[in-house]
Design a protein around this ligand. Structure first.
Ligand code: C2E
Ligand code: MG
Ligand code: MG
Length: 769
């Protein structure tokens, strides 16, 4: 058995040593525990989704508790002073926030070395804000918030506890500061990305390029925290400064610069420590460059270039949208052929001028080319377009820079004259434009004579409206055109009123047929010797609910202007054919002819001849039962020849109406298969007029001789007296119509005039018969 060895009893010294070791171990454990607790608190804070301000506030509180500090603050260098950005322990109105305090020795060293500094004992006055020195501070620590060069923010802890900041404290504080800085940067990035999305919206709302680029410069400055920002576009080898913020005026003079020097010489970087540049990429290559520059010896935050690139993408999309908008506006307001303002741009321009407060007046000139259709017909649409472009150029050089020139449609142009005093000015300008236009132009290798009919009006601001002015100018133009080509007519108030009535009628006429306001009257054409009715002339009547009977001389031209004549004319022919078919079924109506007036406008329609023959045949008639009256309109010769040829061949009789009133009628007679001439009533009324009617008598004699030599039948129009009838008979005229014999009558009354007929003379005169 071994004897137990009594334990060695430590002596006094050893006990003391052990006690100290134990105390140190307890201290170390407490420190470790405290540090761990502090770290957990800090990490917990950093992990929370709080915003930057809240995070800083909470962090300073935790540090104050954990490190027994009376005051903890975050302070930034501004010039030669430190200014508090956030604190725990300083009242909100402490001057340290607004004015700060001088950068002391400890702060300076910390900033320069980016190493933490600690002090213990009496503080030099200039190393703490005034309110803090009064607290009896015994120790303090200065921690750099980041270790990057040019870091300018410090975390500073002041405590009245007479205990120095240990090395382990400083290490821990440095680590906390770095983490805080990272967390703040992360939040800043988040905020920037949110801002970017918001700025993207701000950019997208600009539909015009200049305001867009201006906004881009402003947002770029804010996003990057730059001191200067500028936007350059590159076009045609030139870099143009389009928008900027913060550029000194002296630098602006350097622009534009050659595009190739943009790479090395941004022409705006004088005095800047760092310049960032990104290109705004577009589908068709980079068209813009964004620059951000910093003056201070402090670099851009990390990731700024990335942010600028994202921003440039937003700008690229916004620029594309702005261009699209421009193209759409252009299309909506310009005439694609001549590039002149179109009708809607004209109306809105006129509207703006008319609503301006200005004592002067506004003139409107309505120009319509003379004979444009024949250019189209003879030389083709390409030539027509070419002519319109040349005319647009002529007009452009004729108008004053302030006047608006617009293409109204087809061959119509409108000029808006701003600041006109009286109507005579409108007339003068109209005459000048008319003279400038009146010329020979070479169009697609062909010489074409151009002239225009121009109508003008004067409008009072606040009274006239675009539509009344355009309507009246249009009406004045028609009056000008009626006087011949290359004429100008201006309307004063009275004339405008008259034209207004006319235009109201024009609109109503479009509906007259469907409202049952149109009907036909029939004027008999007699054999002058036997007084037998050989045919009727169908004459259109319009009974207007307010104006009563509107004469055809008034409404036929209106129907021609609107094109309504095509449908109306077709209706007249069908109606007259039905009526004739009805009379043909009566024994006394056999062999009767029906004369129908045709407007030259009807001949514009394609297949006009086929439609005419169709109508005649549908009524159960033979083409030879119908006489079609054509009046001479020089600008329609081409169609008349074609149409007349086709109808003549089918057997329809062609009548040249109002013969003798137009100079070219004789040439018509040679070229068209005309069988009947109607001697105009102006000659007929003259055959027995004052002075024995010698002149008219000899004209009628000549007309009858021509008719005879060409084998044509002549009908005298407008016979009103027995003397006239006798004189015409004596001259050998066999057919006539007029009030003497019968006025135009409703169908029922006209039918009463019928009695068994001899063979129609016109048919005997049929060509080749
Ligand atoms: P127009 O074809 O020369 O028709 C003859 C015109 O002379 C008719 O006028 C007729 O009423 C009028 N008249 C007949 N006898 C006499 C007379 O003894 N003395 C006088 N002073 N006048 C007489 P209305 O019906 O007023 O027609 C005028 C013109 O309107 C016609 O002249 C014709 O060019 C046109 N018109 C009439 N109906 C139609 C139609 O259906 N289509 C087309 N395109 N034009 C028509
Ligand atoms: Mg007639
Ligand atoms: Mg006539």
């Amino acid at each position: 058995m071994t004897a137990a060895v009594p334990a060695a009893v430590p002596d006094e010294g050893e006990t003391e040593q052990l006690r100290q070791q134990l105390a140190a171990a307890v201290d170390a454990a407490r420190d470790a525990y405290r540090d761990t607790t502090r770290l957990i608190q800090v990490l917990d804070l950093l992990g929370r989704p709080a915003g930057s301000a809240e995070l800083i506030g909470d962090m300073l509180n935790v540090l104050s508790d954990a490190f027994f500090a009376d005051v903890v603050c975050m302070a930034r260098v501004a010039g030669e002073r430190l200014v508090v950005a956030a604190s725990c322990g300083l009242p909100e109105d402490d001057p340290a926030y607004a004015q700060g305090w001088p950068v002391g020795e400890a702060a300076r060293r910390t900033l320069a070395t980016t190493e933490p500094t600690a002090r213990h004992g009496t503080m030099p006055d200039d190393d703490a804000p005034g309110s803090v020195t009064g607290l009896g501070i015994r120790s303090a620590a200065w921690i750099p918030l980041s270790t990057e060069p040019y870091a300018d923010t410090l975390l500073i802890l002041f405590r009245s506890l007479d205990q120095p900041f240990a090395m382990s404290d400083l290490r821990m504080l440095t680590s906390v500061a770095a983490r805080l800085q990272m967390a703040l940067q992360e939040r800043e990035r988040h905020a920037v990305i949110e801002q970017l999305a918001h700025y993207g919206h701000l950019l997208a709302r600009h539909l015009e390029v200049d305001p867009l680029l201006d906004e881009a410069a402003e947002l770029l400055l804010r996003l990057t925290g730059a001191d200067r920002a500028w936007v350059v576009t590159v076009e045609g080898g030139q870099g143009r400064l389009r928008a900027h913020r913060g550029l000194p005026p002296a630098l602006l003079a350097a622009w534009p610069v050659p595009a190739r020097s943009l790479d090395d010489l941004p022409a705006c970087d004088a005095g800047l420590s760092e310049v960032l540049k990104v290109a705004v990429s577009r589908e068709n290559g980079a068209t813009a460059l964004l620059y951000a520059g910093r003056e201070r010896p402090r670099p851009f935050a990390q990731g700024t270039l990335e942010i600028m690139t994202i921003f440039a993408n937003y700008l690229g999309v916004a620029l594309t949208n702005a261009e699209l908008y421009l193209a759409l506006t252009d299309r909506a307001t310009r005439d694609p052929l001549t590039r002149l303002a179109n009708r809607s741009a004209l109306v809105s321009h006129l509207d703006t001028l008319l609503s301006a407060a200005d004592p002067t007046r506004i003139g409107v000139l309505f120009c319509d080319l003379d004979g444009f259709k024949s250019v189209n017909d003879l030389f083709g649409h390409e030539a027509g377009d070419e002519l319109l472009m040349q005319v647009a150029d002529r007009l452009r050089s004729s108008v004053r820079p302030d006047d608006l020139l617009a293409r109204f449609g087809g061959d119509e142009f409108v000029i808006v004259l701003d600041r006109v005093k009286q109507l005579s000015e409108v007339a003068e300008i109209g005459a000048r434009i008319c003279a400038d236009l009146d010329d020979r132009l070479v169009v697609c290798g062909e010489q074409v004579h151009v002239s225009a009919s121009i109508g003008g009006v004067l409008g009072i601001r606040g009274e006239a409206t675009p539509s009344t002015m355009l309507r009246d100018a249009d009406a004045a133009m028609y009056v000008a055109k009626a006087r011949g080509s290359g004429q100008v007519e201006v309307f004063d108030e009275d004339a405008s009123h008259r034209s207004r009535d006319r235009l109201d009628l024009r609109a109503e006429l479009l509906l007259a047929r469907t409202r049952g306001q149109l009907h036909l009257a029939y004027q008999p054409i007699f054999a002058l010797d036997s007084r037998a009715v050989v045919a009727f002339e169908a004459l259109l009547r319009w009974t207007h609910p307010h104006h009563g009977t509107v004469p055809p001389d008034v409404f036929i031209p209106l129907a021609e202007e609107t094109g309504a004549i095509v449908e109306i004319g077709q209706w007249v022919l069908a109606q007259a054919c039905r009526q004739l078919a009805h009379w043909h079924r009566l024994p006394e109506g056999r062999g009767l002819g029906m004369s129908v007036n045709l407007s030259p406008v009807q001949l514009h329609q394609s297949q006009a001849a086929e439609r005419t023959l169709d109508t005649i045949r549908t009524a159960g008639l033979h083409p030879a039962d119908i006489w079609l009256e054509i009046t001479e309109h020089s600008y329609l010769r081409h169609e008349v020849t074609e149409y007349a040829g086709a109808l003549g061949a089918a057997g329809v009789h062609l009548v040249l109406d109002d013969f003798g009133t137009a100079y070219s009628n004789l040439s018509y007679l040679k070229r068209l298969p005309i069988e009947i001439l109607k001697i105009d009533k102006s000659f007929v009324s003259g055959v027995t007029g004052p002075g024995g009617g010698q002149i008219d008598l000899s004209i009628v004699r000549a007309i009858l001789a021509i008719a005879d030599s060409l084998g044509l039948v002549a009908i005298a129009e407008g016979i009103e007296t027995e003397d006239q009838r006798a004189a015409l008979r004596a001259l050998g005229c066999r057919l006539g119509q007029g009030y003497l014999l019968s006025r135009p009558l409703p169908a029922a009354q006209a039918g009463l005039l019928l009695r068994p007929q001899p063979q129609m003379p016109a048919r005997a005169a049929q060509r080749g018969a």
